[in-house]
Design a protein around this ligand. Structure first.
Ligand SMILES: [Zn+2]
Ligand SMILES: [Zn+2]
Length: 99
């Protein structure tokens, strides 16, 4: 038997298994959870740093901190869009655009 120190809680335990680094199942589970969380946080950060976000409308790169999918130039007021659509419809119908 060899005396080992648990990688998680640092308590001593005896084991003949060379790859056993945790004293108990719960220590191993907690350490695993921690590792996964750390890796997940790192991956998320890397994604934010490395990935460029592109405008859905014109394809221009936009800030990753912009939560919308459009650049400032394309991110127009929805009321303006509705008005423009109404005008286009009015023209295609051959009618006068009501003011
Ligand atoms: Zn332990
Ligand atoms: Zn755009």
């Amino acid at each position: 038997m060899k005396i080992k120190h648990c990688e998680w809680c640092d308590s001593q335990f005896e084991s003949d298994i060379s790859y056993q680094i945790y004293c108990s199942v719960s220590c191993r589970e907690q350490a695993t959870k921690e590792k996964i969380a750390a890796r997940y946080a790192l991956a998320r950060r890397a994604k934010r740093m490395g990935k460029k976000k592109l405008c859905k409308s014109c394809g221009q790169p936009i800030s990753v901190y912009n939560d919308f999918d459009l650049c400032q130039a394309c991110d127009i007021n929805p009321i303006d869009v509705a008005k423009a659509l109404r005008q286009i419809k009015g023209i295609s119908n051959g009618k006068d655009i009501p003011e």
